[in-house]
Design a protein around this ligand. Structure first.
Ligand code: LLP
Length: 463
């Protein structure tokens, strides 16, 4: 993770501590388009605007902290993924990254499918009108009630994650007189190059059924033998925030080998494979994510090649990007509170949110960028750590970054690329009120998830 350290910032060159940071950008006012959503720009006064609206107006109307989601960017990314994979493949947006009813409507309109992994996500999807047959239901410990709901709603597929679940889903489907379309999630044994907590295809973890020791083949045997199940394919998800396509290639190869073994043993060619999500995005200027068309080509080339070698019909491919669609489309807007310069170390900049609206830095040592957005500044760069207002020293939003040295309380700063896994993992720690999500498009802003209120907190606390 370590990046080149020790930039020669004009002011602090002699006092910069060791850290994981790059040199300050030549112009701190410049907005790197890699990390900001597509309609973000600065207006003539230097204020950041999104969807044509300046942040000062957004802060005044919706308060801070708040997430601002660039709707046209979200829709464009959906279309880019759908176009890249084409009509012979399916793109399932992974709702765990961020889900709301508005998002479900956008997905439905843009022709995407949806991956849900809990009863709550399923309810949101169905309530907002996602056709059940376009929903995939995931999870390593689905409850009987969740499975019942999924089966009776008619979800397009349930991804089976354990031997118990194979039997459980078969029974429930039979009881309802249906044959449930299912896939089996296999662990292909790939070590994804990402944080341990978001890598999922090595064998020593809770997801899926291992390929290596023949467990996956046994799961297929059982699924094929049960009347309530229509086994349509095999699923693999290797982890998250991955840039290197090599892991996906190994995964695709092993999944296709399993299809060939299934054909040899049972005489059936399963028609689908799902290669999961996990494609990385740019959180800082150092990250270089792949475009959807490159990813689609790499995956379809490898699957086609492997299938030709195994003399298999090429299965229909599906993928489940979450972060790569929603991550880059939102930023979190904060107001600067206290500022504490620690001589020879760095300046601590406290904001009005923190680990309750972005747990990723504390949990995964995630890196983020930050910019002063209510104005521009020609002041020299100062090394900062952006921290929240929680009672925890690990309450860090941006570990190491540069902001102008004239930063003052009341300034607005924004952290880009917070669309994925920030609101969806937000908490009420210290009885914080979870921030709203505001969709911005063509000069209009509307709340799609409202800010929590103290009343909401008291309503749950039934005394
Ligand atoms: N499909 C399956 C089966 C998954 O488990 C996941 C993510 C995805 C698709 C979507 O992955 P994506 O394209 O968004 O990387 N909270 C962590 C990420 C956990 C991801 C869990 N599963 C984070 O903040 O980085």
């Amino acid at each position: 993770m370590s990046r080149s350290a020790h930039p020669a910032g004009p002011r602090h060159a002699d006092v910069l501590p060791e850290g994981h940071y790059s040199a300050p950008a030549a112009d701190l006012n410049a907005l790197d388009e890699k990390v900001w959503s597509r309609t973000v720009t600065r207006d003539a006064d230097g204020a950041l605007t999104v969807g044509g609206i300046a942040v000062a107006r957004l802060a005044e109307e919706f308060g801070t902290p708040a997430y601002f989601l660039d709707e046209s960017d979200f829709r464009a990314r959906c279309r880019a993924w759908a176009d890249a994979f084409g009509p012979d493949a399916d793109v399932f947006y992974a709702g765990k990254a961020f889900l709301s009813r508005a998002v479900v409507r956008w997905l439905t309109e843009e022709g995407l499918n949806l991956d849900v992994c809990s009863g709550g996500e399923l309810t949101t999807a169905l309530d907002a009108g996602m056709p059940a047959e376009r929903i995939a239901f995931h999870g390593n410990n689905k409850t009987v009630a969740e499975i019942e709901r999924a089966v009776t709603a008619g979800v397009g597929r349930i991804v089976l994650d354990s031997f118990q679940e194979i039997v459980r889903v078969a029974h429930i489907a039979q009881r309802h007189g249906v044959r449930q379309r299912v896939q089996i999630r296999v662990t292909v044994g790939v070590e994804a190059h990402t944080h341990e907590f978001i890598a999922t295809a090595h064998e020593d973890q809770k997801f899926g059924i291992a390929l290596a020791d023949g467990q996956a083949a046994e799961a297929v045997r059982r699924a094929l033998s049960l009347d309530g199940l229509d086994l349509i394919g095999v699923h693999s998800h290797i982890g998250s925030q991955i840039f290197d396509m090599a892991g996906f290639e190994v995964s695709a190869r092993r999944v296709v080998q399993l299809l060939a073994e299934i054909r040899d043993e049972h005489g059936v060619e399963l028609p689908e494979i799902d290669l999961g999500g996990g494609l990385g995005i740019a959180y800082t200027s150092d990250d270089d994510p792949r475009e959807p068309h490159e990813i689609a080509k790499a995956l379809s080339d490898i699957v086609t090649r492997e299938c030709e070698a195994a003399k298999l019909r090429t299965p229909r491919i599906s993928v489940e990007p979450g972060r790569a669609i929603v991550g880059p489309t939102a930023f979190t807007l904060y107001e600067v509170g206290t500022i504490k310069p620690l001589e020879g170390l760095r300046t601590y900049v406290s904001v009005d949110g923190g680990m309750s609206d972005n747990i990723r830095t504390a949990l995964y040592d995630a890196e983020y960028s930050v910019a002063l957005v209510s104005r521009t500044s020609d002041a020299e760069p100062m090394l900062v750590r952006v921290v929240g207002k929680h009672c925890e020293s690990g309450d860090i939003v941006v570990k190491d970054a540069f902001l102008p040295a004239d930063l003052a309380p009341g300034d607005l700063i924004a952290v880009p690329a917070t669309g994925a896994y920030c609101r969806s993992m937000a908490s009420n720690y210290n009885h914080a009120l979870r921030p709203p999500v505001v969709a911005v498009r063509d000069g209009e802003a509307r709340v799609i998830v409202r800010r929590e209120t103290e009343e909401d907190l008291l309503r749950l606390d039934v005394g």
